[in-house]
Design a protein around this ligand. Structure first.
Ligand SMILES: Cc1cc2nc3c(=O)[nH]c(=O)nc-3n(C[C@H](O)[C@H](O)[C@H](O)COP(=O)(O)OP(=O)(O)OC[C@H]3O[C@@H](n4cnc5c(N)ncnc54)[C@H](O)[C@@H]3O)c2cc1C
Length: 378
């Protein structure tokens, strides 16, 4: 496995980073945080048409660029660094990933190109009121076959669920329990019996919704076998993608803290020259580097079809969660009084760090899962 990036991958990072620096500075982030849609449609079109980011890891035959998860990780790191407001994680990571893993080739050919071209936004609805990330906790039911299939139930914390066009809904057949009877259902967001409500959450740079389905027409994807194993595989990959994004955010906070420590003078010297601040910055750097290595290794492991991907996903998420939160706390501390204020930008990343920390499982959950998976394979 390669640990460095190729020249082409570095060039790709530079292009994405430059684009986001120019088009998504924090003034834009603040604007879209306050808007109804929560993102800039013109910027989204540019991400699709100029950079092709919505299909980085999608095969060319389905309209994508045909790269791997390493490239997807690079794009997400830069989006996390810029705190991009866009439905990227919902549509290009979660929905795309589930379609690629669960749907048949025919279904992929039918549904994926519209997500890659940005014509439609997709999302995955799997968590419910209980807030459990594991798909076995699903209670939303599906009944009827084929064209007559209907969904009844409730989903919560659906990323970009208020404006997605294609809802991929995890449901179980009536009477099934645990992993049995789980399936992914494609639902047109305009279908009858759907009620959507945007949730007020701590992080308005990434929107969430709750959605109710009442006798809603749906189409089961990928045949009748339980989708539990494939769903968990998709969620592991999405977890690694999220860890990459979180590492980018943590780096932005580290850079901001170090920049301020070099600037803010106290007793005639920059505060960064005092050991107390220097040590804080060194600790942050170490944590961010370790989390970055774990996330990048995990992304490369997906491309290598490594059997340890589930454990590596947990390792990466646990480390990214700790590093991002710690960087956010220390960045506020190092900025002193101004770090506390609305006018300064640190709180924007703090909120994203907090929502990402719990999304797809927090660090304690993933440390326990990592232990269990590594013990089981020993
Ligand atoms: C909620 C709130 C209310 C406030 N209300 C008032 C008010 O009513 N009146 C008022 O005058 N001010 C007020 N302040 C401002 C407050 O007094 C300052 O925030 C405080 O004195 C710290 O100064 P600073 O923000 O300039 O941080 P800085 O002095 O710039 O410190 C930044 C960082 O450097 C560290 N640091 C600084 N010097 C050293 C050193 N020599 N060695 C090691 N580390 C160092 C600090 O611990 C901190 O982490 C308020 C602040 C807050 C957050």
């Amino acid at each position: 496995m390669r640990f460095g990036y190729t020249d082409e991958q570095e060039q790709f990072r530079d292009i994405v980073a430059r684009f986001l620096r120019e088009r998504s500075p924090t003034s834009e982030v603040r604007k879209h945080m306050a808007s109804d849609a929560g993102y800039d449609r013109a910027l989204w079109r540019q991400l699709v048409t100029e950079l092709g980011l919505t299909g980085v890891h999608v095969p060319e035959s389905l309209g994508g660029q045909g790269f791997g998860y390493v490239e997807l990780g690079i794009a997400l790191e830069e989006m996390g660094r810029a705190l991009l407001c866009a439905p990227y994680f919902a549509s290009s990571v979660l929905a795309t990933e589930v379609l690629r893993t669960v749907a048949t080739e025919t279904e992929q050919a039918m549904l994926l190109p519209a997500l890659v071209s940005g014509e439609k936004l997709g999302t995955l609805a799997w968590v419910e009121r209980g807030g459990q990330w594991d798909v076995a906790a699903t209670t939303l039911t599906a009944h009827g076959q084929g064209e007559a299939c209907r969904l009844d139930g409730h989903k919560k914390f659906v990323l970009d669920g208020h404006h997605a066009d294609l809802l991929l809904v995890v449901a179980r057949t009536r009477g099934s329990v645990g992993d049995a009877g789980l399936g992914v259902y494609a639902v047109d967001a305009e279908a009858v019996g759907i009620t959507r409500r945007q949730l007020a959450t701590i992080d308005s740079t990434r929107r969430q919704a709750e959605i109710t389905f009442s006798d809603t027409p749906a189409r089961r994807l990928g045949g009748t076998e339980s989708a539990a194993v494939k769903l968990r595989q998709s969620l592991d990959r999405a977890t690694i993608a999220l860890a990459c994004e979180m590492v980018g955010g943590a780096r932005a906070l580290l850079d901001s803290a170090v920049g301020y420590a070099k600037l803010r003078m106290q007793f005639g010297r920059p505060i960064g020259s005092f050991q107390a601040i220097k040590h804080k910055c060194a600790e942050m750097l170490l944590e961010v580097e370790l989390a970055s290595s774990a996330a990048r290794y995990a992304a490369a492991a997906i491309d290598d079809n490594d059997s340890e991907v589930p454990a590596l996903a947990s390792l990466a998420k646990a480390m990214a969660g700790d590093a991002y939160m710690h960087a956010a706390i220390e960045c506020i501390q190092i900025h002193g009084g101004i770090g506390f204020t609305w006018d300064e930008d640190t709180h924007l990343w703090f909120k994203r760090a907090k929502s990402s920390q719990v999304m797809l499982g927090d660090a304690s959950h993933h440390r326990e899962r990592y232990m269990a998976l590594t013990e089981a394979s020993a």
